[in-house]
Design a protein around this ligand. Structure first.
Ligand code: PLP
Length: 437
């Protein structure tokens, strides 16, 4: 893919050297709302959802896309996906709560927690949210909570750890013997046997191998292993699965030289083996589920930031901006690459190499290292791309810097969907004991 097509795929283009996003001039948005600022393109979320849904529909009608709420839990983002017909994967009570506030019905949610507390279970059971267990030991507690609340035990699933994982960073690989998630093969049959004995009548099964998988081939082995485990459970326990969930992890091209995830290969490595399983074992038509977060939301968003300082320390050039790892932590946390481009290229022909750094009082506050960019000046604006997943949700008020606003572009209008925090917000919830007043 050439560079301008790569930008276009993300809703970006230069017109006479000025950067437009979702057909809006980025400079106007930055000046109107201030920076740093997360800018979300509603149509992009819809497009990504529809394109993935089409691929699934083409292969198998009874499918469900559960958006991984952890990637971006903004109410408007959830409402957009809900209006498209998505279902939702939650990893905490908080995510379930926000989904309910977004008007999403509990039947459309699955709660894939890990290290569940009794409070988590109570919240899920009271709100009729389907629980996807992460450990055999959690089953007894969940059963007890159903009984204490007088709730019928409807359906249950377990997260299987297929031992083959993948991801963009070691900390985003979620399968493997030394990884905390899920149940390994040797406990899987016991888990479903106990669930059956406890009175559950309907079952699902789930795996999630990791996050940020851009090479579709990485999905092959885990899917194969997952399916072999499913076969063993079916043969031993005569269980019919209502759904089979292959998890999320579908990556996006963060770098201009990267190609998008090859969905054709994904189909061959995940969907086709699933269809073969149905045929071989005569399983009827269980729901084929996946739970992507990044794939649906990452490319929908840019983070606008303004340069305040150009520093030449005689050794290196730094462009200091007003977003830092408090605003976007992925580069610092995972060494992740986010492409960074100027909002205005006018009259800037000479290229220099910059470290784009934030204002946080730590040397690790680097948003982009060694970036070759046309000459930058103080007060220029930059766009940091692909920040719609694990962007705002991972931001913090570290260094007592209030979190930024989020705006949404739709139909040529720009709406503020989260106000920027104020200094007052930094004091939220704090109480000073009498003796310190
Ligand atoms: C259980 C589960 N499902 C889905 C996802 C979504 O991952 P991604 O945003 O990479 O699709 C995650 C993220 O790690 C996860 O833990």
């Amino acid at each position: 893919m050439n560079y301008s097509d790569w930008l276009k795929r993300k809703g970006l283009e230069y017109r006479e050297d000025i950067l437009y996003f979702a057909k809006k001039k980025t400079l106007d948005i930055a000046k109107r709302f201030g920076t740093p600022l997360y800018v979300i393109n509603e149509q992009m979320i819809r497009e990504r959802y529809r394109s993935l849904k089409n691929v699934l529909n083409h292969e198998y009608k009874n499918n469900q896309i559960n958006y991984a709420v952890k990637a971006n839990s903004n109410l408007s983002v959830l409402k957009i996906l809900n209006s498209e017909g998505a279902s939702f994967d939650c990893t905490s009570m908080g995510e379930v709560y926000i989904c309910l506030k977004a008007g999403i019905s509990s039947e459309k949610m699955i709660y894939t927690g890990n290290m569940f507390t009794d409070a988590d279970f109570k919240f899920a059971v009271k709100n009729n949210v389907f629980v996807n267990l992460d450990s055999l030991s959690q089953l007894n507690r969940l059963v007890r909570i159903h009984e204490s609340l007088g709730k019928e035990k409807k359906a249950i699933s377990f997260r299987i750890n297929p031992e083959f994982g993948a991801g963009h960073h070691k900390h985003t690989i979620t399968a493997g013997k030394d990884i905390k998630f899920g149940i390994l093969e040797q406990q899987a049959i016991e888990a479903y046997r106990k669930a059956k004995e406890a009175g559950f009548e309907k079952f699902g099964i789930h795996q999630h191998i990791g996050s940020g998988v851009i090479n579709a081939l990485d999905f092959g082995k885990p899917a194969e292993k997952f399916i072999s485990i499913i076969k063993k459970i079916i043969k031993t326990l005569d269980i019919k699965f209502e759904f089979i969930d292959f998890g999320g992890g579908l990556g996006i091209p963060y770098r201009p030289e990267e190609e998008p995830l090859d969905l054709e290969s994904y189909k061959n490595l995940v969907i086709k083996p699933f269809l073969n399983l149905l045929e071989a074992e005569e399983l009827g038509e269980p729901i084929f589920k996946i739970e992507p977060g990044r794939f649906l939301s990452a490319e929908s968003t840019i983070l606008l930031t303004q340069i305040n300082t150009i520093k030449d320390n005689g050794f290196k050039l730094f462009a200091g901006v007003n977003a830092g790892f408090n605003t976007l932590i992925r580069p610092t946390l995972y060494n992740s690459y986010h492409h960074i481009i100027p909002c205005d290229l006018k009259g800037k022909k000479r290229e220099f190499e910059y470290d784009i750094v934030g204002p946080i009082c730590e040397s690790g506050d680097i948003l982009g290292e060694g970036r070759k960019l046309n000459e930058l000046k103080e007060e220029d604006y930059l766009a940091i791309l692909d920040t719609g997943a694990y962007g705002f949700v991972m931001s913090s008020p570290y260094n007592s810097r209030p979190r930024p606003a989020e705006v949404l572009i739709n139909n040529n209008s720009v709406y503020e969907i989260r106000r920027a925090e104020t200094f007052e917000d930094l004091l939220n919830g704090q109480k000073v004991p009498e003796h310190l007043k």
